[in-house]
Design a protein around this ligand. Structure first.
Ligand SMILES: NC(=O)c1ccc[n+]([C@@H]2O[C@H](COP(=O)([O-])OP(=O)(O)OC[C@H]3O[C@@H](n4cnc5c(N)ncnc54)[C@H](OP(=O)(O)O)[C@@H]3O)[C@@H](O)[C@H]2O)c1
Length: 227
């Protein structure tokens, strides 16, 4: 039984990851921005108030988990704030960077003492952060912050290799959540997968992650993605 710490577990993919993780016999710790009565009802341990942009909140998470062994740390917390070129809100762009790119770094640094040789870190970024696949433009803050998160993940993969900790960059697929409900039109909503499907794929990729594949960027369906 492995202990998984999952950020952004309040809803969507993070919530599903915790439920799937527990269903297969592992032990999830749901680090929620707010709280989650639903996960508590599943018997899942919830740590409330984990804002990944707050050094204080992240330190409190580390304090709560002190002395425990974390086998897998999964960064799921993320936001998207869509503003078109010509109407950018630069504080919103900075907010996306803070949550999506700096959030995983902040949490990783704080929990590093709990990670041991053989531990894994998954950062849920997005194929939308792939420079090579950007054929449509738009979503500047989201794309830029996810590309930065990919770079952070590769840096972590290199820096943590000697400690035996593997790091994977993960795209969950196109998933029906609050995030995509705000962006997708009715034609595309039908093509989105349920969070549970994405969660099972992410767990399968995390199972496969090791020092030979550290620093890779993969779709939950197993495909390797271009940077
Ligand atoms: N859905 C997709 O198709 C898709 C595709 C590619 C990548 N992703 C990525 O997958 C991850 C999960 O997305 P989702 O679709 O499940 O989105 P979601 O339903 O909007 O969930 C996002 C989660 O992040 C939490 N969060 C937001 N700001 C936070 C902060 N400052 N600190 C800690 N947690 C915070 C939210 O908490 P609250 O509920 O309390 O606001 C929520 O639990 C994100 O990183 C997203 O970019 C999603």
């Amino acid at each position: 039984m492995k202990t998984y710490v999952v950020t952004g577990a309040d809803r969507g993919i993070g919530e599903a990851l915790c439920i799937e993780c527990q269903a297969r016999g592992d032990r999830p710790v749901a680090a929620c921005l707010g709280d989650s009565a639903a996960l508590r009802e599943h018997g899942i341990e919830v740590v409330p108030g984990v804002d990944v942009t707050s050094a204080t909140a992240v330190a409190a998470l580390a304090q709560t988990l002190a002395g425990r062994r974390v086998d897998v740390l999964v960064h799921v917390a993320g936001i998207v704030i869509e503003r078109p070129l010509g109407a950018f809100d630069y504080s919103a762009l900075q907010r996306e960077y803070d949550v999506n790119a700096l959030g995983p770094l902040r949490v990783t640094e704080a929990l590093l003492p709990l990670l041991h040789a053989g531990a894994r870190i998954g950062i849920v970024t997005s194929r939308v952060g792939s420079i090579g696949e950007n054929s449509s433009g738009g979503l500047y803050g989201y794309r830029m912050s996810k590309a930065a998160a990919n770079m952070a993940g590769v840096c972590l993969a290199r820096d943590l290799y000697a400690r035996g900790i593997a790091v994977g960059l993960l795209h969950p697929g196109s998933v029906l959540t609050e995030m995509t409900r705000g962006l997708a039109d009715t034609a595309t909503v039908g093509t989105l997968v349920e969070p549970a499907v994405a969660a099972r794929g992410l767990l399968a990729r995390l199972d496969e992650l090791d020092l030979a594949s550290t620093g890779s960027f993969r779709h939950a369906n197993g495909q390797t993605l271009p940077w």
